[in-house]
Design a binder for this molecule. Structure first.
Ligand code: SAM
Length: 363
């Protein structure tokens, strides 16, 4: 008999007991340990040293907006999760369960680029769904993610047959999403970190069928070298850069590690700049790249892109404001950004992001 998907919904308010949204009793029993595990995770303490650091920086950069963003980031019980359907393992049953549970398709507006094959469900209320376990030989039906993570993928506008490089690819969420949108000619997924590279391989195997997996090249290179190694080889490059991951850093359990991260934070923009320079080299003239981070930090977002635009005469900004306009129902964006960039701000009921996206074209 086909296994029904397990769906969990955590309470919107902390004192209410968790309610499992399950299709049958057996599923409810099976989900119990997961529910407890998820609750434990959500009860993690905020790391004060990180919060103090963010408080100082983001009050200056975002003003009053920071207060409402902080309220979302520091309160995991209001976080939302999106469900990206895997077109290579379609499940009509899962889709109807999601609709029954109050989910709706995430991208409904007239977007400049929205392949029909990309299906993602979200729900206005907070809640977490169980992730499917990796089972060798069996494709997963869905991938859980922050809905804002799909914006860099949509901004890249990959078409069938294009040669694509995902420069910093692990754990592979955006690689999987890219393959929901189009069938690239060549698809190169790179991840420098050994452990995370294994995770990336496993994600690809869990979501992508064999004949296609064989066409995907996975490498473990320093992304800064790829520009020289694969000069002018790609039509599209995604630079989902290593960054200060605001959401997860706030819940660092190890204070020493958090302190070290904050000290090393200043070096991230240099690494991001070098990765972008490498990505530009790897692009064919006429090709485009999308740069993304999951931090609010100006130093890692607009400052890096402005520096690239000032120092590389062969790139121009690409206007993505139409995309932001079409998504303004579902996402909250920072106002006053330039046309080639957007910053998703988490807000109650639209707790997506932080996600910075910028698009550039090589001339
Ligand atoms: C934000 S994460 C990427 C998330 C991924 N795109 C996804 O959607 O699942 C950034 C990744 O860059 C990797 N990274 C760090 N330094 C790198 C480098 N020099 N070259 C390539 N990847 C690097 C990190 O190990 C990390 O896995």
């Amino acid at each position: 008999m086909r296994r029904l998907p397990l769906l969990l919904l955590l309470p919107a308010a902390p004192r209410r007991p968790g309610a499992a949204l399950l299709s049958h009793r057996a599923a409810a029993r099976a989900s119990q340990p997961l529910e407890n595990k998820t609750k434990e995770k959500l009860q993690k303490k905020i790391c004060q040293v990180v919060l103090d650091h963010f408080e100082k920086q983001y009050m200056v950069e975002l003003g009053d907006t920071w207060t409402s963003v902080r309220d979302v980031l520091t309160y995991p019980l209001c976080w939302q999760y999106a469900i990206l359907m895997n077109k290579f393992s379609p499940s009509a049953e899962l889709e109807s369960t999601l609709l029954e549970k109050g989910c709706h398709p995430a991208f409904q507006g007239p977007l400049p680029y929205l392949p029909a094959s990309l299906k993602c469900y979200i729900r206005r209320t907070p809640g977490r769904f169980t992730a499917q376990k990796h089972q060798p030989g069996k494709l997963k039906e869905y991938y859980l993610l922050n809905a804002a993570s799909l914006l860099p993928v949509l901004a890249l506008e990959v078409k069938d047959g294009e040669d694509v490089l995902d420069l910093c690819a692990a754990p592979g969420g955006k690689s999987v999403a890219l393959l929901q949108c189009a069938y690239p000619g060549q698809f190169h997924c790179n991840e420098y970190d050994e452990l995370r590279s294994r995770w990336l391989k496993q994600t690809i195997e869990s979501f992508i069928p064999d004949p296609l997996v064989n066409l995907i090249k996975v490498s473990k290179l320093d992304g800064r070298q790829i520009g020289d190694l694969k000069s002018e080889s790609y039509d599209k490059v995604l630079v989902d850069a290593p960054c200060s991951n605001d959401r997860s850093w706030l819940f660092s359990s190890d204070i020493q590690q958090a302190t070290l991260r904050l000290i090393q934070r200043k070096e991230l923009s240099c690494l991001q700049f070098q990765l972008l320079r490498s990505a530009i080299k790897a692009l064919r003239p006429g090709g485009s790249l999308v740069y993304s981070t999951c931090t609010l930090s100006k130093a890692e977002n607009s400052d890096v892109i402005n520096l690239i635009l000032h120092s590389c005469s062969n790139v121009i900004p690409v206007d993505i404001s139409e995309m932001a306009k079409a998504l303004s129902q579902e996402f909250t964006f920072l106002t006053g950004t330039q046309q080639h960039e957007l910053l998703v701000l988490p807000e109650k009921g639209r707790a997506w992001g932080p996600m910075y996206v910028a698009k550039l074209k090589k001339i």
